[in-house]
Design a protein around this ligand. Structure first.
Ligand SMILES: Cc1ncc(COP(=O)(O)O)c(C=O)c1O
Length: 320
């Protein structure tokens, strides 16, 4: 990847003259069967740009209660775009079409906030990397079409969903109006995400990106890392999924609940488990007072996962 970055042909991307960025954008748009894509430094920026195209100031997006766009993007959507949100809650971060239909508000002039988009997260980060079933997504698309509502997918880890299910990326493109996808997570690029959608949405997003200070110059060195990641690091995500299941099973979890590379474990005291795990050389994070979260990725070998599984099993079930 470093060699690909060093060898990258570059140009000024603010003028859309960087051939490596153009190649990456066209490639990713094509993977999802979309017209265009825009390179961004982060997944958060890609989400902001995509949702701003679907939801205007004072309009609302519906999403699951632990969605990354609400919990971990530090209020960017409200602060920058001026949108509002309402949520449904699902333990596994899944869709709840009945709740969505119930919350949906059409344009009622000066009386109610209008819903213009539903945002779904696939895989769902804080729900333990859960995958959204394609049938549910298709049902959402059909309903959204019937009322004229947009559908955005926060697909920071869409590659994991694709590898876990075998669902072609184009299918995810077909059921969404826009996506945000990341090269910097399981795919192992040092930086880089893309907002994916129509040519008009991307033209608009290019202006907003510059306004937010996200106009980048000879950034093909980073796009080259993304292209390398797409060539070499997608199919191997299955190894991360197997490693995550190994750790989950050792911790007494139902392995069927671990669909990708994230494991969320309920424990007696998250801070204590995080500290004890670190003492065993296993870095995990607390996502609540009694909940820890860990991820597997391309720098975690099978042997590393086995070692982590042994350490964590003893901490989560001290009697073992
Ligand atoms: C589901 C999801 N969406 C978006 C993001 C944001 O990505 P970034 O950290 O590149 O802003 C993350 C980051 O972990 C994520 O898990």
């Amino acid at each position: 990847m470093r060699k690909a970055m060093a060898d990258a042909e570059v140009g000024d991307d603010v003028y859309s003259e960087d051939p490596t960025v153009i190649e990456l954008q066209e490639r990713v748009a094509g993977l999802f069967g979309k017209e265009a894509a825009l390179f961004t430094p982060t997944g958060s920026m890609a989400n902001v740009l995509a949702l701003a195209a679907l939801v205007g100031p004072g309009q609302e997006v519906l999403c699951e209660s632990r969605a990354h766009i609400l919990r971990a993007e530090l209020g960017a959507h409200g602060a920058i775009t001026g949108l509002t949100s309402r949520t449904w809650a699902h333990r596994r971060g899944q869709l709840d079409l009945a709740a969505i239909e119930d919350m949906y508000a059409p344009d009622m002039g000066p009386f109610f906030v209008r819903t213009t988009a539903v945002s779904v997260e696939n895989t769902h980060n804080f729900a333990g990397g859960a995958v959204l079933p394609l049938e549910d997504l298709k049902a959402l698309r059909a309903w959204a079409d019937s009322v004229g509502c947009g559908v955005h997918m926060d697909g920071a880890r869409i590659w994991n969903a694709h590898v876990a299910t075998g669902v072609p990326l184009e299918e995810y493109g077909a059921i969404t109006d826009s996506l945000a996808v990341c090269l910097s997570k399981g795919l192992g690029a040092p930086i880089g995400s893309l907002m994916v959608g129509t040519a008009d949405q991307v033209d608009e997003a290019r202006v907003r990106r510059k306004r937010m200070g996200g106009g980048m110059r000879q950034v093909g060195v980073l796009a080259a890392a993304g292209l390398y990641a797409l060539d070499h690091h997608v199919e191997r995500l299955a190894e991360d999924h197997a490693n995550a299941r190994l750790i989950a099973e050792a911790c007494g979890m139902d392995p069927a609940e671990v669909e990708s590379n994230i494991v969320v474990i309920d424990v007696a005291s998250a801070p204590e488990v995080v500290t004890a795990a670190a003492e065993h050389g296993v870095r995990i994070g607390a996502v609540g007072p009694r909940r820890v979260r860990l991820l597997t990725h391309l720098d975690i070998s099978r042997a590393d996962a086995e070692r982590a599984a042994r350490a964590l099993a003893a901490l989560v079930h001290p009697s073992l």
